[in-house]
Design a protein around this ligand. Structure first.
Ligand code: ALG
Ligand code: ZN
Ligand code: ZN
Length: 326
């Protein structure tokens, strides 16, 4: 039983009493999981970036997001909700994965996710590079069956192998389709753009069942229409949202490993997410924040607000299903 079943959830440290820049950072200044016992939503870091094909550094992403999240406040007006009052959200710390053995790291992440999901929590994961989406999806599918996937990214990440390696940050979603852990009726990439290896990349991707909303589609059609279309495709299927921060334009997210020009704004990303607030979001990740290339925490701030919107969607649903069960 989560602590929020018994009493009101323990929220963030009050920034009007203890300055928000004081003390070690947890996500949004929330309590640690060991301080509350169990949580409805576990925010967990995965400091792993051995799967990258270009600039490394996403292993430091989770902690950069936690640092940048000190300024988040308890009420989210865009979704008219106080996410940390509706559900117990807690920072579960980091999953320690082997940086020298990708296959072992993938197993470690899956096992740790099994453990967290096994407590009844939903996961809000802070990456890490995109390799980690595969073990996270495996774990989520063990619990919910094949899930709908919304994948925000400049890239398809459905390539086959890199240097013969199956588990990399450019290949998690091809592996996931091969393993049958995704609901192929409801797969979408959002924010796709940039040069590919060949036209075949798109043909292969389409065969796997993915639909694509390009970055230019968002610019032309607007966030509301895009969110409506995605919502219709997803329906009430259990949904996983994976957000590679490089879905944003490098102007909005310079701190990432494989930047591509011509991306959406952080405003567009947040608005699309808010338009999905009625979806059955079972877990989510925000990955590929590489702070060494960041400036003035631009990327980490965008990522912290992205995780905040995702957490709000989950906590609203937790509160709604609790109310419906009473
Ligand atoms: N950023 C992620 N996840 N993938 C990008 C892979 C692009 C490439 O190496 O061609
Ligand atoms: Zn990407
Ligand atoms: Zn990616």
């Amino acid at each position: 039983m989560s602590s929020s079943d018994q009493n009101t959830p323990r929220g963030p440290i009050d920034s009007s009493r203890i300055p928000r820049y004081a003390g070690p950072a947890t996500f949004a200044r929330l309590p640690r999981l060991d301080e509350v016992g169990t949580a409805d939503i576990a925010v967990v870091g995965v400091p792993f970036d051995s799967g990258v094909s270009y600039r490394p550094g996403a292993r430091f992403g989770g902690n950069a997001i936690r640092e940048a999240s000190r300024l988040l406040r308890p009420y989210n007006p865009a979704q008219d909700a106080s996410p940390f009052a509706l559900a117990q959200v807690a920072d579960a710390g980091d999953i320690a994965a082997n940086p020298f053995n990708i296959n072992e790291a993938v197993e470690t992440v899956e096992a740790a996710a099994d453990e967290l999901l096994g407590t009844g929590a939903r996961m809000m994961t802070l990456g890490g590079d995109h390799t980690i989406a595969l073990p996270l999806l495996r774990s989520v599918a063990k619990k919910h069956g094949p899930v709908a996937l919304l994948h925000f990214d400049a890239h398809l990440d459905t390539w086959d192998t890199y240097f013969g390696a199956e588990y990399t940050h450019g290949t998690p979603f091809r592996r996931a389709v091969e393993e049958g852990i995704l609901d192929t009726e409801a797969l979408s990439h959002v924010g796709t753009r940039g040069p590919l290896y060949g036209k075949q990349d798109l043909t292969d991707d389409e065969k796997m069942g993915f639909g694509i909303v390009t970055s230019a589609d968002i610019y032309r059609r607007g966030a509301d229409e895009v969110a409506d279309q995605l919502r219709q495709r997803i329906g009430n299927r259990p949904l996983y949202i994976s957000i590679d921060i490089d879905c944003l334009d490098p102007a909005h997210a310079p701190g990432t490993g494989t930047p591509e020009a011509g991306g959406m704004t952080s405003r567009e990303l947040l608005e699309i997410l808010r338009g999905l607030s009625s979806c059955n979001l079972v877990s989510a990740d925000v990955v590929e924040v590489a702070p060494a290339y960041d400036h003035a925490e631009i990327t980490a701030v965008a990522a912290s607000h992205t995780a905040y919107e995702l957490t709000t969607i989950m906590s609203r649903q937790i509160a709604e299903s609790r109310a419906a069960a009473q």
